[in-house]
Design a protein around this ligand. Structure first.
Ligand SMILES: NC(=O)CC[C@H](N)C(=O)O
Length: 464
């Protein structure tokens, strides 16, 4: 009995794409809902397991599930032959084809008019595959975005001439006021399913299928589908942008409405920054010192570490640690830990470089004089060289702290819900790109100002 109890309480991490109404999105109450999540929650209840939903985006979800970082994903995901190599899919719960949409009033009416034009798609989706498969035939260029709102906006802005999107999603968005028009019939219709990594989490897949069958039998399935596809929207099913008239669209209104999201985004950013700065500083000082000790191996090691981690783009390092390393070591790397290690290695390499440089810039005669007075190397370093070197390094430290803060934004690619990712998700809902990014920018500036003042204060104390 207790064993069953424990098993039934198991929580699974499920990644999703919240820019995909009516399948997954945030409603007016900021709750993640939609056909997929309602089904998943009903199934979880039926089968006795818990789910933790992470709004990471479609492509990020595909990667985190393949890397074993999440237990499964549900995001209106098409069951394709290619994906079956990497994923095990549940029984289908919906189906969708791909349609092309253009700006209302644009002259384009068919695929054959796309020659020399730009088509926006979402990274890693069936729509993107479809676009790739016909781009040479019709002679268009592809532009990719991480979420559906980015795709729609690019067409609305006129940067792209058309976009490809799942039919149900496109119709739903247009019904809810998006100023685009569907001009083709659904193509490549595929079924939609819940996915786990191939060969993994089979018990979860089995429970999903059993639960789905039960919901289909007892009418709950139909109810959920109807709720999102027919009839009048309720406050529960409304997409944020649907309430445009009722909602306060001023900067203050947006701030008030999303207060909690912004606050938790800020906290996550601050946590990452503080932990990142701390680890990078220790790591950097250590590697920097290694670079000046009188030992060839240590100096070589220091140079190599600096060379590698200063040379790698932060985003590549983050994706490598989060999505690459788990398949190597066979266990999960939590997103926060992955983010922290990324910052430690990258910012630490820069720190090491200026620590080394700072020490080297202290006049050589200082060390010689200290040594000839009989001080051993370590002591001469600590008492004579470092105090002078640190003064030289302080401005670089402050600079690096600020860069670390800004670089935390890049960690949004591994789904960390820090300030930038928070901004993306809010925009996914209210489509107020300009205002939300302005708010996010101001918040960063405020934090940077505080950080700078704090650093300046420390600098003064060190110099006195
Ligand atoms: N969330 C999505 O964008 C899914 C798009 C599409 N159905 C796919 O599986 O690729």
């Amino acid at each position: 009995q207790p064993q069953i109890q424990a098993a039934s309480e198991k929580t699974y991490t499920i990644d999703t794409d919240v820019t995909f109404p009516p399948f997954v999105y945030a409603n007016t109450e900021n709750k993640y809902v939609g056909i997929d999540l309602d089904l998943l929650r009903a199934i979880a209840k039926e089968e006795g397991f818990k789910v933790k939903i992470r709004p990471v985006g479609f492509n990020a979800a595909v990667q985190s599930v393949s890397a074993g970082q999440a237990d499964g994903m549900i995001a209106g995901m098409s069951i394709t032959e290619e994906r079956k190599q990497k994923f095990d899919f549940s029984d289908p719960y919906y189906s969708a084809g791909i349609v092309m949409a253009v700006k209302d009033g644009s002259g384009i009416k068919s695929l054959s008019e796309l020659k020399g034009k730009k088509v926006a798609v979402k990274t890693g989706t069936a729509g993107a595959d479809y676009a790739n498969s016909i781009k040479d035939k019709y002679g268009f260029e592809i532009v990719t975005f991480d979420d559906s709102d980015g795709v729609y906006n690019d067409v609305l802005n006129g940067n792209s001439d058309a976009c490809f999107e799942d039919s149900a999603v496109m119709y739903y968005a247009i019904k809810n006021g998006l100023d685009l028009k569907v001009v083709t019939k659904p193509a490549n219709t595929t079924e939609t399913g819940f996915a786990v990594k191939k060969g993994q989490n089979q018990e979860l897949l089995k429970m999903f299928n059993e639960g789905l069958a039960k919901l289909k039998a007892n009418g709950e399935y139909d109810k959920i589908i109807k709720k999102y596809t027919e009839g009048k929207a309720t406050s529960e099913t409304k997409v944020k942008s649907q309430t445009a008239t009722a909602e306060d669209r001023t900067v203050l209104g947006i701030l008030k409405e999303n207060k909690d999201a912004f606050i938790s985004g800020i906290i996550e950013t601050l946590k990452l920054t503080v932990v990142g700065i701390f680890c990078a500083t220790i790591f950097g000082i250590f590697v920097g010192l290694l670079g000046v000790v009188p030992n060839k191996f240590c100096r070589g090691l220091s140079t190599t570490i600096i060379y590698i981690f200063r040379g790698l783009p932060l985003i590549v390092l983050a994706l490598f640690i989060y999505n690459g390393v788990p398949s190597l070591i066979g266990s999960k790397v939590p997103a926060f830990l992955a983010g922290m290690i990324t910052l430690m290695l990258n910012e630490g390499a820069y720190t090491a470089a200026f620590v080394k440089g700072g020490i080297e810039s202290v006049d050589k005669g200082q060390m010689e004089a200290a040594r000839s007075l009989g001080l051993p190397f370590g002591k001469a370093m600590r008492r004579v060289i470092l105090p002078q070197g640190i003064k030289i390094m302080v401005p670089s430290f402050i600079n690096q702290f600020i860069i670390t803060l800004k670089d935390t934004s890049i960690l949004s690619v591994i789904g960390l819900l820090e300030l930038t990712q928070t901004g993306k998700i809010i925009i996914a809902r209210n489509l107020e790109g300009f205002r939300v990014w302005a708010i996010v920018a101001v918040i960063y500036l405020v934090i940077i100002t505080v950080l700078t003042l704090l650093s300046k204060w420390i600098e003064r104390r060190i110099n006195n």
